[in-house]
Design a protein around this ligand. Sequence first.
Ligand SMILES: *Cc1c(COP(=O)(O)O)cnc(C)c1O
Ligand SMILES: [Zn+2]
Length: 411
Amino acid sequence: MPYATALRCRECARTYPLSPIAVCEWCFGPLEPTYDYAGITAALSRAEVATGPPSMWRYAPLLPVAAEGRIDLGAGFTPLVRAERLGAALGLERLWVKNDTVNPTGSFKDRVVSVALTAARQFGYAVAACASTGNLANSVAAHAAAAGMPAYVLVPADLEPAKLAASAVYGATLVAVEGTYDDVNRLSAELVDCHPDWAFVNVNLRAFYAEGSRTLAFEVAEQLGWRAPDHVVVPVGSGSQLTRIHRGFAELAAVSLLEEVPKVRVSGAQAAGCAPVAQAFASGAAHVRPVRPSTIARSIAIGNPADGGYALDVVRETGGAVASVSDEEIVAGIRLLARTEGIFAETAGGVTIATLAKLAAAGVVEADELVVAYVTGNGLKTVDALAGSSGPMVTIPPRLDAFAELVGEAR
Ligand SMILES: *Cc1c(COP(=O)(O)O)cnc(C)c1O
Ligand SMILES: [Zn+2]
């Protein structure tokens, strides 16, 4: 494992060898890899990055696993789109959209899974598993299939049909659990003890898994011509992605790919039907209080977010905000992005765009800031959310006069 040196507890700073342990054995705090930044600085220049593969693995020295023998469907290095028409609609002069809808299984989860299953294989695991709100299950099932590993993916039973089908097709054992994601997650934590030979990507491999999200920061800086944005808007489920994007920008300075530690304001986006972090932000609370989710944004419907408190800290430290939007606003956000930029996002993307609109209207996101909105999942997975609102559709008989009448043409 080239440049990762150890795992360190976020709470008590105890260190452990790089190994698949879920939490700190001393205080149950979450673990994160530490890196030899001097070694990475020597190994990874801007020119080196530019000649790397067109995927997240162009940043291999910054990942906590060896790149040889990696499990790689081509996740990452997704387009950063200059969103002029959406920006004009929202009153923002310099808006960009990171379009992570185009990943191999249609969400940013391919980034974290590629790292986690690569780690799993290097640690000698034969079986992949996860607890998922949907997209993670799709991604684990696909990457496990490509690696020839059996997979067990656990999801809430009432998930969107497209997300169930897009896991089962890869041959994974799809386990639909009667309950919320938080119930699924609790069951998985218990299963880890019964199946020590299974790699639960977001339980015993969580320290490796989460690191994949940092590539969302690395790529944006590179795609902006090696500079960081002023403000990013990130959807919040567990809060893992938001905290890793924040750290990713700072690490680019630690390895001299950016000249100085950038000041990036980080804002979070949640659905009103599951907004524990937004509620804590609004009330000034020190801790995130769990909620019971009820929203169409299923992929981020996590009532008890593992990294919620850390996400709250990042937002407060950087001068961002966390806001939430209703299901109607989510659908409007999906449509606005599609109509202005030609990008079809899933409900979590609608949450990001609707929250961005709200924060821009409130002046929290400022008109002249360089803003990046992270759009993390593909709309084809949640088409049901658009039922009855996807815009004009007309049916005609196959005749020229019927068409002419429709468009108001004189014949
Ligand atoms: C999982 C997911 C998120 C949330 O990521 P966290 O790291 O859990 O906060 C956001 N968008 C999509 C599409 C997801 O699948
Ligand atoms: Zn600890």
